[in-house]
Design a protein around this ligand. Structure first.
Ligand SMILES: [Zn+2]
Length: 228
């Protein structure tokens, strides 16, 4: 089994069936809805960052240095982190995948901003991305921050569990997320990137009603886990 724990916003810990511990988009200490702070994170093998905005990246460098985890992100974000003294990084680009010890990870397109928090000169500006993971046959999609994009159709039938933003304003909102569910046809959908700030306030139960029978919607509160 793989165990996914939601920490609020777009941050998740994933304990894989292979025994590895991953974190997506670490943002804990400044995150108003997070269930834990970085002080509670002791062991991580990998950190995966979808893009460089502060609400996905600001705790990455401190946690990479604390845990010795390997950063998996775009080539530019990894280069920035290494400039800040991070030892282990694996740079990738959209459309590329790589077989890691925990499974295969592919970087998917996302339509969003590319600024890297902390990069004051703008030298490391990059593409925003999402993640498609094949964990020994179980497929997980973390969409990152994105608009509804036609490229999601390419994932049709290839996703078991989809983590989709529903907050609107910065990403797609609930109606577009329902269209994403139709395009991807995952077995399970977990909404994310909502209710962190007033401007992305959403009712996940309303989203679940709109998804209806198209997929099973699992609404996780920060601290909740889902096993798959
Ligand atoms: Zn965001």
């Amino acid at each position: 089994m793989n165990r996914l724990t939601f920490h609020g916003h777009a941050c998740f810990t994933l304990e894989t069936s292979s025994g590895h511990r991953l974190m997506f988009d670490p943002w804990l200490d400044g995150n108003p809805v997070a269930d834990i702070g970085t002080d509670a994170v002791d062991r991580l093998d990998y950190i995966l960052c979808s893009h460089g905005h502060h609400d996905h990246f600001s705790d990455a460098i401190p946690l990479l240095k604390k845990t010795g985890a390997t950063l998996i992100a775009t080539f530019e974000i990894v280069a920035f982190a290494q400039k800040q003294g991070v030892a282990d990084g694996h740079g990738m680009s959209i459309g590329g995948g790589y077989r890691f010890p925990f499974g295969y990870a592919k970087m998917t397109p996302a339509m969003h901003g590319g600024q890297v928090a902390g990069d004051d000169e703008g030298v490391y500006t990059t593409h925003a991305a999402g993640w498609w993971l094949d964990l020994n046959g179980v497929r997980l999609y973390h969409a990152g921050d994105t608009a509804l994009i036609k490229d999601m159709e390419l994932l049709h039938g290839r996703v078991d569990v989809a983590l989709l933003p529903i907050g609107d304003n910065f990403t797609m909102g609930p109606d577009d997320a329902v269209r994403a569910v139709e395009m991807i046809a995952p077995r399970v959908v977990i909404p994310m990137h909502y209710n962190t700030f007033d401007v992305i306030k959403q009712d996940p139960h309303d989203f679940a009603r709109k998804v209806g029978s198209k997929a099973e919607v699992r609404i996780l509160q920060p601290g909740d886990s889902y096993e798959f």
